[in-house]
Design a protein. Structure first.
Length: 202
């Protein structure tokens, strides 16, 4: 019996996740059955259950991929010396996530994120990876704040975690705005944040 290549296995897993994202975005988690995912992915039950035992594992995989994309965007920014200012950095991270493989398009990802947030309020198994991702993101933002301080862009005594939480809140608010109203653009967030950064303090 011929061995299946890792490339084939990865492609099949990708096919299943992409199908699940489309279903969850279109109908929500609770209204989507595994049969819906099978039909959307165009695969048999055996092929899908080889990779995922059910919807929870699919959702967890999607959450993991989203955080992986965000981490990659931060790593790109951290390689720059000095790091990009918050307006550019936040725009880069959001643009990378919204147009990345997990996002699948700027409309799908925000709607999916809102559903994930709601689901984690009632599902402890899903809440754990989201909580860890939140902790990791706070740490990544805090490191960038430290880099701003080292570059003389922020005072040395600034509270890194407070700034990190504020920046994350902007990103989360943008995603919620786009999911609910559909008129938010990354360029507008970048422009608005840049304007606030130029505010003169009397």
């Amino acid at each position: 019996m011929a061995r299946v290549s890792q490339e084939h296995l990865d492609a099949r897993r990708r096919q299943i996740i992409d199908g699940a994202i489309r279903c969850f975005t279109r109908n929500g988690f609770h209204a989507t059955s595994m049969q819906d995912v099978l039909r959307e992915a165009g695969l048999s039950a055996g092929a899908v259950y080889r990779y995922f035992s059910g919807k929870e594992e699919l959702i967890a995989a999607i959450v993991g991929e989203a955080f992986g994309t965000i981490r990659g965007a931060f790593e790109d920014a951290a390689k720059q010396d000095p790091p990009p200012l918050p307006d550019k950095l936040l725009a880069h991270v959001l643009d990378t996530v919204l147009n990345g493989r997990v996002g699948g398009g700027s409309i799908e990802f925000p709607r999916l994120v809102i559903q994930v947030w709601a689901e984690t309020l009632r599902n402890e198994r899903l809440a754990a990876p989201l909580q860890q991702g939140f902790v990791d993101m706070r740490a990544a933002w805090a490191k960038l704040v430290d880099a701003y301080c080292e570059a003389g862009l922020l005072p040395k005594d600034v509270e890194a975690d407070a700034v990190a939480r504020t920046m994350m809140a902007m990103a989360q608010g943008f995603i919620a705005q786009q999911a609910l109203f559909g008129d938010a653009k990354v360029e507008q967030l970048e422009s608005g944040l840049r304007a606030l950064m130029r505010m003169d303090v009397p």
